[in-house]
Design a binder for this molecule. Structure first.
Ligand code: GLU
Length: 288
C-alpha cells in the first residue's frame, strides 16, 4: 500500500446461505487487519445471484457477524460515502464498466449455453471453478449497445502470466488461457457476473486490501486482468487459509452444524464461537 493512503478493507458476503465459522474466521482476519492498520472496514452485500440469494440470509449475515464481534464503518446498515453497499443497487456502475470493456475490444458475446454461465453470478470457489472455455465464440462480433440478452466473455491474453504477491502466501503466478480461460462478465439475463462486479466495487469503494479465502486465488488473477483493461488500480491481496471439517472437507454454507445461526440458537457465546474458530483456524486466533 502506498504511504499515507488510508487502509480500506471489505467484507463481501453473499446471502446464499447462513454464514458458518469458516466465513467468520476469514471475516475476522479482514476485521483484524483493518484494525491493525487503523483503517476502515466496509460491509458489502453481494446479492447478484438472484436464484440463490434470500432475504432471510441478508438479514442473518449482518446480524451474525455483529454477534460474532465484527464491526464495520461503512455498509448498508451504517451508510458511507461510497454506497450503495448492495450490489443489486449498483447496476449502472457495472453497465459503465461493460461499455468500457466493449469499446476497448476486451469482450465478446457468447452464445454457448453452458452450466457455468448460469453460475457466473457467484464467485467460483476452487471446488466449483469453471473449466477453461474452449473459445468457441471468440470471434463473434459485438453488434449491440446493451449487454442484456447475450452472455459476454472477457478475452484473456493466452499464455500471459499474471503475477501478484499475496500478503500471506507470497508470490503467485497464473497463466491466462491455461489456469483459467475467457470468463463471463455479463449474463444474458442482464446480471453482471461476480468477476466484473467485484472489480468495479473494490475500485469504486477505494479498497486497498482484499482479504478473502484462498479458494479465490485464481479469481484474483482474472480480476487483475479486468483491472488492467479498465485502467483501475490493483489492491493488495491477502488470502486466508480455509477452515476444514474433521474429514478435511472445506466448510461450506451447507455445514449447518457450524453455522453462526445454529451456534447462537444453541446458546453458545460469541467468545466461545471465536475460540472454536481459533482452535481450527490457527493463523488468526481471535482475541478472547
Ligand atoms: N461474495 C463472494 C462470496 O461470498 C466473495 C467475493 C470476494 O471476497 O471477492 O463468495
Amino acid at each position: 500500500m502506498e504511504c499515507g493512503k488510508q487502509y480500506r478493507g471489505r467484507l463481501a458476503p453473499s446471502p446464499t446461505g447462513f454464514l458458518h465459522l469458516g466465513h467468520a474466521a476469514t471475516f475476522w482476519a479482514a476485521f483484524a487487519r483493518a484494525r491493525e492498520h487503523g483503517g476502515v472496514l466496509i460491509f458489502r452485500n453481494e446479492d447478484l445471484d438472484g436464484q440463490r440469494c434470500r432475504p432471510e440470509f441478508v438479514q442473518a449475515m449482518a446480524a451474525d457477524l455483529h454477534w460474532y464481534g465484527i464491526e464495520w464503518q461503512e455498509g448498508p446498515d451504517v451508510g458511507g460515502e461510497y454506497g450503495p453497499y448492495v450490489q443489486s443497487e449498483r447496476h449502472e456502475l457495472y453497465l459503465n464498466a461493460w461499455r468500457e470493456l466493449l469499446v476497448g475490444g476486451w469482450i465478446y458475446p457468447c452464445t454457448c449455453s453452458r452450466k457455468e454461465l448460469a453460475e457466473s453470478a457467484s464467485a467460483p470457489h476452487d471446488d466449483n471453478d469453471e473449466p477453461v472455455y474452449p473459445g468457441t465464440c471468440r470471434n463473434q462480433r459485438a453488434t449491440t449497445a446493451s449487454p442484456g440478452g447475450l452472455n459476454w466473455r472477457f478475452r484473456v491474453p493466452d499464455g500471459e502470466r499474471v503475477e501478484f504477491v499475496d500478503g500471506r502466501l507470497g508470490a503467485q503466478s497464473f497463466v491466462a488461457g491455461q489456469d483459467f480461460g475467457d470468463f463471463v462478465v455479463w449474463r444474458r439475463d442482464d446480471v453482471p457476473a461476480y468477476q466484473l462486479a467485484v472489480v468495479v466495487d473494490d475500485a469504486a469503494m477505494r479498497v486497498t486490501e482484499v482479504v478473502r479465502g484462498e479458494d479465490l486465488l485464481r479469481s484474483t488473477a482474472r480480476q487483475i486482468l479486468l483491472q488492467r483493461a479498465l485502467g483501475l488500480e490493483t489492491p493488495e491481496y491477502f488470502h486466508c487459509d480455509l477452515m476444514k471439517d474433521h474429514c478435511g472437507v472445506r466448510l461450506a454454507k451447507r455445514h449447518d452444524a457450524l453455522s453462526l445461526q445454529k451456534l447462537r440458537n444453541e446458546g453458545v457465546s460469541p467468545e466461545r464461537a471465536r475460540e472454536m474458530a481459533g482452535a481450527i483456524f490457527a493463523p488468526f486466533t481471535p482475541e478472547k
